[in-house]
Design a protein around this ligand. Structure first.
Ligand SMILES: Nc1ncnc2c1ncn2[C@@H]1O[C@H](COP(=O)(O)OP(=O)(O)OP(=O)(O)O)[C@@H](O)[C@H]1O
Ligand SMILES: [Mg+2]
Length: 692
């Protein structure tokens, strides 16, 4: 309790109240605190291992700022991390601080990178009130899509609010000095990991098999014996499913009956999720429930989000033995997985299979052995042969992580968006000022300081910027005025949205070329923008039903890809088909239909706004209707009812319509209650609506 006792009275109390399981700081945390972190005003990069308690360090600085009446933003890359941190930080509300998602209404706000970026573009009054910005998973700065967002947001926020302190929480990176130079930050590195992590490469030959999955079964059997849990990473959704079934089947008879009851309960909970949404369980739900019965669950983006939550929560409570996951679980999460298995170390890219970076290997391994749950962690990478195992040992276990480079210039859309943002917020009005901005980004800094690039850094940047400006002018997004470059109304619309420029340009072209609104063609078009989350085909089953659906809607496509599957599924969704029916009809991961439909509803609104700024007024009414149909998943005739009665939902709305027709005025509350699912409260609400 040495250091903890030296904290200011209030700070210590709050930490003790919120984190009763933490008795004292660990050596990595001590090193950071002893460097003067809590009293310094400097920017900081804290680069310490996975599971070493970076969050707590962020929280300490946050509380200090809050106690002084300041405001804090805690920025994270993923929605799942945002939810986890919000849950954790809500405990601070006991001490009178408000915790939420936006600085407008909270003292401490947890924001995803995109939302933080958005306040650096338009909400300068809020941004200027922020005293401390904490960037979690800061190493994402080298990632293709989120990296440019966070580096430009940081650059802009420094211009708008130069007094704001930045604390970056990061894994150890190779070129830390360079990154720190750009951020003008002090770096504290430390290699203490509170829970020792053993990394090993296993190979199938050692187990006299050729199947990597057999090795995973062995690992799980051992875990079962010592009463621990495991997490396995594979490269695709389908592999998570096949691995889970395989393993569940093999350990079925080894699971003690005493544990089966808990597994069965998890399995039932999983099946209740679709039921609550008015759908029978899809075949994926059945598969998931089936393997969960034996303590194994798969976890991927094609599940209902409630199912993912159930899996994570139940795994945390020890009611599952193993999760098989896609790499989406590799960052930041705390799970009681003493063993992590990495089965696939390649990933499909446009250039074929590529080895995953050492960095990702480290992050996946880092999910093993977390302080709250385990006192040791094991990471197993699986090779086929002994030779391959040697190679992997050298490449991953002994290997060095890759240097981190800005991806800004590789990502065209990021450049477009940043240019629009600078011009819309009047921070720049010509290419020279744009260039000034880009030279302050991490990309600009790396170019400037690279021995190879610095000689032509300025020139190549000028070239890229001029090209981008030309493209944006050509597409009616920017315009030249006597006062310099300005955004057009279309440009302003894009700047205020979170859509990519490619999406906006595609929708603009669609609007300009249409004679009359054809909603099916529009649906097809929005499914071909990069911003709509797609519903994926499940396997190699026939794609003909999708083709037939599209052609019945007057759309003739050659290639049946996920965009086509999504278009067909969304067309069924607005005709009141449920997930079970959609999955059966098209062999897709239908649990994501609702999410896709929600995004489609928003994108149709965006399209409506585009039509409006282009002066195309005639389809506006129909677009409002389409947007509502996506949102509620209903045919047009039900819209007034679902809009008029809160929480009625499409299933009950349809049942009412079926029983009584469109005009509900003549019916009493008692009569309305005869419809399944309509209790006294809803009946009253429906009645009120009908009479109004
Ligand atoms: N000093 C401490 N003593 C005991 N437990 C701690 C201490 N500090 C943090 N923890 C706990 O350790 C766990 C891991 O912490 P945290 O999630 O912050 O790790 P991290 O460094 O962010 O790891 P990652 O890089 O994987 O995101 C949490 O459950 C946290 O509450
Ligand atoms: Mg973390």
């Amino acid at each position: 309790m040495i250091i903890m006792e030296t904290l200011d009275y209030n700070l210590k109390d709050i930490i003790k109240g919120c984190y009763p399981h933490i008795e004292n700081f660990n050596p990595a945390q001590k090193a950071v605190i002893e460097s003067g972190y809590l009293d310094a005003k400097d920017n900081y990069i804290i680069a310490i291992p996975t599971a070493s308690g970076k969050t707590l360090l962020g929280v300490l600085a946050a509380i200090k700022t809050l106690l002084n009446g300041g405001k804090v933003i805690y920025a994270v890359p993923l929605l799942s991390i945002q939810n986890e941190k919000l849950k954790e930080f809500k405990l601070l509300e006991e001490y009178g601080f408000t915790v939420g998602r936006h600085p407008q209404s909270s003292d401490l706000s947890v924001m995803v990178f995109e939302s933080f970026d958005s306040i650096t573009r338009f909400s300068w009054n809020h941004l200027r009130e922020v005293d401390l910005l904490i960037v979690d998973e800061f190493h994402m700065i080298g990632e293709y899509s989120r990296g440019p967002t966070i580096e430009c947001a940081l650059t802009r926020s420094h211009m708008v609010n130069p007094g704001m302190r930045i604390v970056a929480l990061s894994a150890t990176l190779q070129n830390m000095e360079e990154i720190a130079g750009w951020l003008n930050a002090r770096v504290v590195e430390h290699d203490f990991r509170p829970v020792p992590l053993h990394k090993e490469v296993l190979n199938t030959e050692m187990f006299s098999t050729r199947n990597k999955n057999d090795v995973i079964v062995k690992i799980l059997e051992k875990a079962l014996e010592e009463n621990s849990q495991a997490l396995a990473f594979v490269s695709t959704r389908r592999f998570t499913e096949s691995l889970a079934s395989f393993v569940a089947d093999k350990i079925k008879n080894k699971v003690p009956p005493s544990r089966k009851k808990a597994f069965r309960e998890v399995s039932e909970k999983i099946l209740q999720v679709p039921e609550k949404k008015g759908s029978r369980p899809t075949s994926i739900c059945l598969k998931l429930a089936d393997s969960a019965k034996n303590g194994v669950a798969f976890h991927h983006a094609g599940l209902f989000s409630e199912q993912k939550e159930i899996i994570e929560d139940e795994f945390r409570s020890g009611n599952l033995l193993m999760i098989t996951a896609t790499p989406s679980l590799m960052y930041g999460v705390n799970l009681p997985s003493r063993s992590v298995v990495i089965r696939d170390y390649t990933r499909w890219t446009s250039q074929g299979p590529q080895k995953i970076p050492v960095f990702d290997y480290e992050q996946m391994s880092g999910r093993a052995g977390r302080p709250q749950y385990d006192d040791v962690g094991y990471s197993y990478l699986i090779a086929k042969t002994l030779d391959e195992a040697y190679d992997l040992q050298e490449y991953y276990v002994q290997g060095e992580i890759e240097p981190t480079h800005s991806k800004l210039i590789e990502n065209k859309d990021a450049i477009y968006r940043q240019i629009i943002a600078q011009i819309a917020s009047s921070m720049a009005k010509n290419p020279v000022e744009l260039q000034e901005f880009f030279s302050k980004t991490f990309y600009g800094y790396q170019m400037e300081n690279s021995p190879y690039m610095s000689t032509f850094a300025a020139e190549s940047m000028e070239y890229e910027i001029n090209n981008a400006v030309e493209f944006l002018m050509h597409n009616g997004i920017l315009q030249a005025t006597p006062e310099g470059l300005k955004t057009t109304s279309l440009g302003l619309l894009i700047a205020k949205s979170n859509y990519s420029v490619e999406t906006a340009v595609k929708l603009k072209e669609f609007a300009s070329n249409m004679d009359e609104l054809d909603i099916y063609k529009l649906i097809y078009q929005i499914c071909h923008t990069p911003d709509l989350p797609l519903i994926s085909f499940k396997g190699r089953k026939s794609k003909d039903p999708v083709r037939e659906k599209l052609s019945s809607a007057g759309i003739f496509a050659v290639d049946m890809q996920n965009a086509e599957a999504t278009a067909a599924s969304l067309m069924e969704w607005i005709d009141e088909r449920n997930e079970y029916e959609i999955e059966n009809a098209f062999h897709v991961y239908a649990a994501t239909t609702r999410r896709a439909a929600y995004e489609a509803s928003l994108m149709v609104k965006f399209f409506r706004d585009i039509c409006q700024v282009l002066g195309i007024y005639q389809p506006l009414g129909d677009l409002d209707i389409l947007s509502a149909r996506f949102y509620y998943g209903v045919k047009e005739e039900l819209i007034p009812l679902v809009l008029g009665v809160k929480r009625l939902g499409r299933k009950r709305a349809r049942a009412l319509f079926k029983a009584f027709g469109e005009d509900l005025r003549p019916f009493t509350e008692k009569e309305l209650q005869k419809v399944e699912g309509i209790g006294p409260k809803l009946a009253a609400a429906v009645h009120r609506y009908a009479q109004s």
